[in-house]
Design a protein around this ligand. Structure first.
Ligand SMILES: [Zn+2]
Length: 412
């Protein structure tokens, strides 16, 4: 049996087509409700004939750190990605993560491609693709830029012809379904036999479990999982993070503006608050999540700032940078002076002027980032061996164990 070693873990080279799906923002509540409503027959079959468990995501429970963990099988302390947006301490600049330049280790995808496995990474958004395709000698493209895919840049051209339709609007649920349809097309034409398909959480940010929109989308995903299995694939499904309602009773977003609150108490320019959820697609969440990093500016008393933050309504946890890095396995060199986590019902922003909430018109704010969104579904279309399950006894199941599960644990 051929194996590759990636970041201290061994992975068997797959002998059958294998697909891992990152079901972005799929809180376990969507699965529970969907199974109860009878709209997830394929996933329901995993509970009977495959594997279904609840795993823990990386905190901050954001898209980039978790996708990077899933493809590396390692926590952010190893791969270096702890947000979508960060403050560069060296230059003092605030920057978006837009490619794989900050990835500090190799990926399971790149290692298996190097071992001769035809590998593909397909994402909804292109900036995530650039990060995940770090070092990958294979196919990688996004729904967002499906029309621009070329053999030189993406390892494949004519994606729209392959999928059979033009790329969807970037603010649509079809952006995710297109990823799955593209994966199926790659599988059917044997262009790839190991696929990582990463969706977008557009629907989950706006629609609660059990709503017509959520049920319709989740049903469409479930039907595509069935098609991937019918095409001969072993399928593993995991989420990057959960999603919860973060609105007040009157429907307004439940926001704590932390930079503003600390400025009121300690003076203008006391601190800089960085919201690592910030990305180019903020229309559906206004760059508001439940985890922020705080950097001292004019104020110098760390303990007083942390105590004041802890006393604010909606704050669940306040940790100094080194403690946060240790607790959540984050890279300490890029951590804030301290971090603040909102509770399950609260998002934390900087100051009102920095968050455009006009895109939320018509729906309650749902978001993620904190401890409340750490629980995610972890599902495999086949049962996992007793050896694999017992070998993990006493350890927390993490969403970034999914490649280990499908490659090393799934029974034939
Ligand atoms: Zn996400």
């Amino acid at each position: 049996m051929v194996e590759v070693n990636v970041n201290g873990r061994c992975y068997r080279v797959p002998e059958r087509p294998t697909v891992v799906i990152c079901f972005d923002g799929c809180d376990p509540a969507y699965i529970e409700r969907g199974i109860a409503d009878g709209i997830l027959p394929t996933i329901a079959s995993f509970q009977r004939r495959g594997f279904y468990a609840i795993a823990e995501a990386v905190v901050p429970s954001f898209t980039n750190p978790n996708n990077a963990s899933i493809v590396t099988g390692a926590p952010p302390a190893v791969h270096g990605i702890s947000g979508n947006y960060y403050l560069d301490r060296a230059s003092g600049e605030e920057r978006m993560i837009t490619d794989g330049a900050l990835m500090r280790c190799g990926t399971i995808l790149a290692a298996l491609a190097d071992a001769g496995v035809k590998t593909a990474a397909v994402t909804a958004k292109d900036k995530l693709r650039l990060m995940l395709a770090h070092g990958l000698k294979g196919i990688s493209f996004s729904s967002e830029h499906a029309d621009r895919a070329s053999l030189e840049r993406n390892g494949i051209g004519d994606v729209e012809a392959m999928v059979g339709r033009v790329k969807p609007d970037q603010y649509s649920s079809d952006l995710s379904l297109y990823v799955l349809d593209a994966g199926l097309a790659l599988l059917r034409r044997r262009a790839a036999s190991l696929l990582y398909l990463s969706l977008s959480d557009f629907i989950q940010h706006a629609h609660a479990p059990g709503t017509a929109e959520a049920n319709s989308f989740n049903h469409a995903v479930d039907a595509r999982i069935a098609r991937l299995m019918a095409a001969g694939a072993l399928v593993g499904v995991v989420a990057d993070h959960g999603m919860q309602d973060k609105s007040c009773a009157n429907g307004e977003p439940n926001v704590l503006y932390l930079e503003e609150a600390l400025a009121r108490r300690f003076g203008e320019g006391a601190v800089r608050v960085i919201c690592p959820i910030t990305d180019p697609f903020v229309r559906h969440h206004g760059a508001l999540g439940s985890f922020v990093r705080v950097y001292l500016r004019r104020a110098r008393d760390l303990a007083a700032l942390m105590d004041a933050s802890r006393a604010l309504r909606g704050v669940e946890e306040v940790l100094d940078g080194p403690t946060a890095a240790r607790c959540f396995e984050l890279p300490p060199d890029v951590e804030g002076d301290f971090v603040v986590l909102g509770d399950a019902a609260t998002v934390i922003g900087s100051s009102p002027g920095e968050h455009d909430l006009t895109g939320l018109a018509g729906h309650r704010l749902r978001s993620h980032g904190g401890l409340g969104e750490q629980k995610v579904p972890f599902m495999v279309s086949r049962a996992l061996s007793a050896e694999w399950v017992n070998g993990r006894a006493g350890r927390r199941l993490r969403n970034f164990d999914i490649f280990d599960a499908v490659l090393n644990g799934a029974v034939a």
